[in-house]
Design a protein around this ligand. Structure first.
Ligand SMILES: NC(=O)c1ccc[n+]([C@@H]2O[C@H](COP(=O)([O-])OP(=O)(O)OC[C@H]3O[C@@H](n4cnc5c(N)ncnc54)[C@H](O)[C@@H]3O)[C@@H](O)[C@H]2O)c1
Ligand SMILES: N[C@H](C(=O)O)[C@H](O)COP(=O)(O)O
Length: 325
């Protein structure tokens, strides 16, 4: 049976998402089926468009034109200038994609970038990002954000919070939950039966025996020891500055970092063009490009579609694996 199409939510129309959706269609039109949830009037117009009345029509439409499930937006799409009148529809497009995924009408949800502050200002978006919003929509408490590429899979234990809040939010339970969800995701969505996970310390040199911070001695060491005793294949806490070079990465399947930039700097340095944002712990497959709205280049036609293409291909691979095909 032909796998179900992937739903692609449009994200911020003033960003590069719609341009990249057109480029992704050109790259993938003969490889997989996705449809864009967007206002057709916002599209740059670079490719033929086929308006859908039902997601099921996307597979037949894909070779002929970019399938679009139309959603009316109140605002305009001016590159680089988010229109607050679009904010609620941007959220609705994500919610529609989530609903279709939860109903099993699409094989996965891929999300084009949103501008978090624009959504907050325009529609009171009360979440730090897609990850937390999707967990809320799906009714699940614990999910993790993984950035994945062939060179590195990395998960920040804390995401969109200030650095000053990281030590307060980091707890043994959060680390335990993160290890559990990451290990399950590596097994279920990446087919790694016995995943090896490296865990970064919070402090420089993983605390240097207490000389540069006490969290490792106070609870991180003990939590990791307990998790190893429970059967997880873990190493750490490691000094973060020496756990991402080539030789170090060969010793693990995924790394867990303690905060956003400790995780995202290495992967966006190693593989910005092919990195994919995957949410683990949802009851459906969700991927996203590893970049944002790129307002500084929006409208110029120069955005690189590689990350979105990889995100769609990864979602399709995961869907086929889940369906046993
Ligand atoms: N998945 C998401 O929805 C997502 C991901 C990251 C950032 N964001 C949001 O996007 C907004 C802007 O964030 P930012 O400026 O930190 O990061 P960004 O990724 O939008 O831009 C950072 C730099 O990378 C460049 N860049 C990004 N994507 C590119 C592409 N496809 N091709 C060529 N160059 C590209 C941009 O031009 C810019 O110079 C923020 O609101 C942020 O929260 C959303
Ligand atoms: N933290 C990610 C990054 O910087 O690439 C991105 O903002 C993901 O956020 P979402 O939860 O909106 O996918």
């Amino acid at each position: 049976m032909t796998p179900l199409p992937i739903a692609l939510s449009c994200g911020e129309p003033a960003g590069v998402g719609l341009e990249l959706a057109e480029k992704a269609w050109q790259a993938l039109r003969d490889e997989l089926a996705f449809f864009l949830i967007a206002d057709p009037f916002h599209l740059p117009g670079g490719v033929p468009v086929i308006l859908l009345t039902d997601p099921a029509e996307a597979t037949a439409a894909m070779p002929k034109g970019l399938p679009v499930l139309p959603m009316a937006f109140d605002g305009n799409a001016v590159p680089g200038a988010p229109d607050s009148d679009n904010a609620s529809a941007i959220m609705d497009a994500i919610a529609l994609g989530t609903s279709l995924a939860m109903q099993g009408k699409v094989s996965a949800l891929c999300t084009a970038p949103i501008h978090k502050k624009a959504l907050k200002d325009g529609a009171g978006f009360g979440f730090p990002g897609h990850t937390e919003y999707l967990a809320h929509l799906a009714g699940v408490e614990n999910v993790v954000m993984m950035l994945a590429s062939e060179q590195l899979k990395v998960v920040p234990a804390t995401i969109h919070i200030s650095l000053s809040d990281v030590p307060k939010v980091l707890t043994p339970q959060l680390l335990r939950d993160t290890v559990h969800i990451t290990a399950r995701g590596l097994q279920d969505q990446f087919g790694i039966e016995n995943p090896r996970i490296a865990i970064a310390g919070l402090n420089p040199h993983a605390g240097e025996g207490g000389a540069m911070g006490m969290e490792e001695l106070d609870w991180i060491n003990e939590t990791i020891t307990q998790l190893i005793q429970e059967g997880y294949d873990l190493i750490g806490p490691l000094p973060a500055d020496t756990m991402f070079h080539t030789a170090a990465r060969s010793k693990y399947d995924a790394a867990i970092a303690m905060y956003h930039d400790q995780a995202l700097i290495p992967i966006k340095t190693l593989d910005f063009d092919k990195g994919v944002n995957v949410t683990l712990g949802l009851p459906f497959i969700r991927t996203s490009p590893d970049h944002g709205t790129a307002f500084d280049i929006a409208g110029q036609g120069i955005a690189n579609p590689s990350s979105l293409v990889e995100a769609l291909k990864m979602a399709a691979r995961m869907a086929r694996s889940k369906a046993g095909v």
